[in-house]
Design a protein around this ligand. Structure first.
Ligand code: SAH
Length: 561
């Protein structure tokens, strides 16, 4: 059989594992599908991704159209997915594989290529797949599941066609269908039935229509009235091109920021690409100069056509532990082609798929990193820049915006889809561990005089101390800045009493986390390092013992006397 891949070529396979006994088999399957991730049940097994509730997790993957290989009993998968199973033309392949790799059972997603995957996995595990589809058994390939780049026009019609063949009818093949060469079909040159491979629409009875996805809509002028989608549909009708044969919308680079185009491509459910057509496309004649259809000689891989609009997403990882990272940051990471950041943070952002490129740099090279991010994103890549905590708090978001502000005349950088995803900042994470010391007015100050004069820091400290704000100190000390914290505390002591509560959070959300509550008179700078968050209470910040004996709860009441 020809190498027929699932329609879901782009989507990483989720290999779901419930216990350590299945890990070996899971890794063998993972090696077969580069980019796939092992999803492990949190309490039992270490995966690339963890989950806590199997049913919920499987339904989520299914809803996102992620191919699922579950290393457990078929019955478990069936029970978990039963309530979610819907339209079979829109579902991912779902397979159950025995923990020890001795059985491979395709369950759902016949039209998404589940039998193809079953064969691939079975070959990798050196067993026979449990294929149960009758048309498939007989013809060696599923006519109803053409390979990537081709789509079946009408599934109901297709089923009747396969029944006719099973009942003894013969067929011709009209058009180019290389994957059928190896299939054991009852062919006859004069057959009444035909399998027709064409991007055109046709109403001939007794034909199984398969459309190669080779049509591209070229939009060169945005319509001043009416919708782009309507214009595209009209052009397709005019040229008798099946909407299913559409592979992409192509527009000039200058239209990259058009929201209308993005929306239209989304409605048409095809990728939006920017650039020019290759010479081997045939332009179809059009009444409309702004919207033209072109046909590629073969099914088109849209990623080879021009470029996508690149994205640059600046994310915060939170203080460290995965459960304190916001889901939007996790999802940006999973879509990233490139990840840039200080090496420690990039490592914290993993695990990564093999195709993802990591660019680790020194913590001080922020502007250079920001520019590099725009360079990469402007070629159409999905780029993520990582910071710890929140990216907008003494971190990369401001550097990225500064780089863009300095390049206002750079059309390519300005066409990048830029987004900032917030994160849990160290002050908030530390405060939550301690209770609620930031429960009333507070300020965040960086004690680093690398990028601002020490005089400015002193003035702000004085004003904040005088205003009785709770203060969160970022970058309190470093080897290169040994005296600054003591000087800052001297200033605070001029305005706050000796009993003022101090919270020290060190490595919050990371291995070796510690939380210390002390008072202003007892605080020594030797208790603080660059991984520490210092929260200085106001005159109203108070504390009381926890019942579990783990120190005190610290809070600042919401009211003021
Ligand atoms: N963008 C980050 C702050 C970067 S500045 C954020 O929003 O949290 C770096 C300083 O943040 C460190 O010197 C330390 O004071 C503080 N910090 C960062 N992560 C921390 C953590 N996990 N625990 C305690 N303090 C942390």
């Amino acid at each position: 059989m020809a190498s027929v891949r699932a329609l879901n070529d782009q989507v990483p396979v989720a290999i779901v594992v419930l216990g350590t006994g299945a890990v070996d088999t899971a890794r063998r399957i993972q090696a077969r599908y580069p980019g796939s991730l092992v999803h492990g049940l949190a309490s039992r097994v270490q995966g690339d991704v963890t989950f806590t509730e199997l049913g919920l997790h499987l339904r989520e993957l299914y809803a996102r159209n992620t191919p699922i290989v579950a290393l457990c009993a078929a019955g478990i998968v069936i029970r978990c997915l039963a309530s979610a199973v819907g339209d079979k033309t829109h579902e991912p392949p779902v397979l159950a594989v025995a923990e020890d790799g001795s059985a491979v059972v395709p369950l759902l997603g016949g039209l998404g290529g589940v039998n193809v995957m079953a064969r691939e996995i079975a070959a990798a595990l050196d067993v026979a797949p449990a294929i149960t589809t009758s048309g498939e058994l007989r013809f060696g390939t599923c006519l109803l599941n053409p390979p990537a780049g081709y789509v079946l026009a009408d599934i109901e019609h297709g089923k009747r066609f396969v029944s006719d063949l099973l009942a003894g009818a013969t067929t011709r093949i009209e058009g180019h269908a290389p994957w059928l060469d190896a299939a054991d079909l009852p062919r006859a040159a004069d057959a009444g039935l035909a399998i027709r491979i064409t991007p055109h629409t046709s109403e001939v009875a007794g034909e199984l229509m398969i459309h190669p996805r080779c049509a591209v809509v070229c939009v060169t002028v945005l319509p001043s009235a009416g919708s782009i989608v309507e214009r595209v549909r009209e052009s397709l009708r005019e040229q008798r091109i099946a909407p299913m044969a559409l592979a992409a919308v192509l527009a000039p680079l200058s239209m990259m920021t058009s929201g209308l185009l993005a929306e239209a491509a989304q409605v048409l459910d095809v990728p939006l690409r920017f650039g020019t057509l290759r010479a081997d496309f045939v332009m179809l004649e059009s009444l409309d100069d702004g919207v033209t259809i072109a046909l590629a000689p073969q099914p088109l891989d849209p990623s080879t056509l021009g470029q996508a609009r690149g994205t640059l997403t600046v994310i915060g990882l939170g203080p460290g532990s995965a459960d304190l990272m916001v889901p939007a940051a996790r999802s940006a990471l999973s879509l990233a082609d490139d990840v840039l950041g200080y090496e420690t943070y990039v490592r914290m952002a993993g695990p990564f798929a093999p195709h993802q490129v990591l660019h680790c740099t020194d913590n001080r090279e922020e502007m250079q990193r920001a520019r590099h991010a725009f360079e990469l994103a402007s070629t159409g890549r999905n780029v993520v820049v990582v910071s710890s905590g929140d990216p907008g708090v003494f971190a990369m978001a401001a550097a990225v915006l500064e780089a863009l502000d300095q390049a206002r005349d750079n059309a390519l950088w300005n066409a990048v889809e830029l987004q900032v995803v917030p994160g849990v900042s160290a002050a908030l994470a530390t405060a939550a561990r301690a209770g609620a010391p930031l429960g009333h007015d507070f300020c965040m100050l960086s004690l680093s005089d690398n990028l601002k004069p020490w005089g400015v820091i002193e003035t702000r400290l004085r004003h904040a101390a005088q205003a009785d704000l709770v203060m969160a100190f970022y970058n309190p000390v470093s080897r290169a800045r040994p005296w600054q914290l003591d000087r800052a505390l001297d200033i605070v002591r001029e305005y706050r009493s000796a009993e003022t509560l101090i919270v020290l959070g060190r490595n919050i959300g990371r291995p070796g986390e510690t939380l210390t509550t002390t008072t202003l008179d007892k605080l020594r700078s030797s208790q603080v390092d660059m991984r520490t968050m210092v929260i200085v209470g106001s005159s109203t910040t108070r504390s009381f013992p926890r019942t579990d004996g783990n120190g005190d709860w610290v809070y600042t009441p919401r009211w003021y006397e």
